[in-house]
Write a protein that binds this ligand. Structure first.
Ligand SMILES: C[S@@+](CC[C@H](N)C(=O)[O-])C[C@H]1O[C@@H](n2cnc3c(N)ncnc32)[C@H](O)[C@@H]1O
Length: 244
């Protein structure tokens, strides 16, 4: 895989934070990331089958991502202001009956940055735009109570805590340029109640994920030693137990 820009501000690359976010994602046909930056989360997750829409106002990053994803038919990479396009994508795809997941990682509010002067993006959001974004999500959820899921990350702030008070809230300790920080995540749904989009990042740390993977390898190796009929008995009863 081509290396994505490694030092981009706010990049979700450190300490397993991208894996932690992906592990909360429910199954979806369409993935939309309107503030994608260098798209670390999109590059680590299993792609959505119908469309993967990556949007950022930063022309250099989008040029890079367009090259990176040029051979995929199901990637739409756009250098536009997401406020003009996000709503259209959501309404079109949910209107067609697709399951749509929108993951947002907007520029952080000034009040939650340890060094606002030095840590600025070329494109920032005003306080009003943060409010508009949160209102847009709430409005669309009222319009489409099914098949639409939002995940938004950032740092804890009064604005987000009050406007998303009925959402699910999670924290993750990570390293940023300013030292140890608590990354916050809000989801419009309870992740425990949905089939995940992928199961490769189950486990809260790298060590735990390794432990689960080793356990899986042991069980698979035992399973492979059984006769085909015995394998099918187990397969059928697993399906019944899991109701799938
Ligand atoms: C916190 S960063 C995202 C970092 C990203 N998660 C990553 O892993 O690289 C926020 C991004 O939002 C972009 N941005 C700011 N305003 C925007 C807008 N109105 N429309 C689209 N992108 C915008 C910035 O260019 C920046 O790349």
């Amino acid at each position: 895989m081509t290396m994505l820009p490694g030092n981009y501000l706010g990049r979700k690359g450190g300490s397993g934070v991208a894996q932690w976010i992906i592990n909360k994602m429910p199954f979806h046909d369409v993935y939309i990331e309107p503030f994608c930056g260098c798209a670390v989360v999109a590059s680590l997750k299993k792609m959505a089958m119908v469309d993967n829409v990556l949007i950022d106002k930063n022309i250099d990053l989008i040029r890079f991502l367009k090259t990176h994803y040029s051979s995929y038919d199901n990637f739409t990479v756009l250098n536009v202001d997401c406020f003009s396009f996000l709503d259209t994508f959501i309404c079109d795809y949910v209107g067609q009956g697709k399951k749509v997941l929108v993951y947002l990682d907007p520029p952080y509010l000034p009040e939650v940055r340890s060094d606002y002067v030095r840590s600025q993006y070329e494109h920032e959001l005003t306080m009003l735009q943060h409010r508009q974004l949160l209102s847009l999500m709430r409005d669309r959820l009222l319009q489409f109570p099914k098949n639409l899921y939002f995940i938004i990350s950032g740092y804890k702030s009064d604005l987000y805590m009050s406007m998303l008070q009925d959402w699910f809230y999670f924290e993750f300790q990570t390293m940023s340029r300013g030292g140890v920080r608590i990354e916050s995540l809000w989801t419009s749904f309870n992740p425990d109640e949905y089939i995940k989009h992928q199961y490769d990042y189950v486990g809260s740390t790298f060590t735990e994920r390794q432990r689960i993977k080793r356990k899986c390898d042991r069980w698979i190796s035992k399973f492979q030693k059984l006769s085909f009929d015995e394998q099918m008995v187990i397969y059928e009863s697993l399906k019944n137990t899991l109701n799938i």
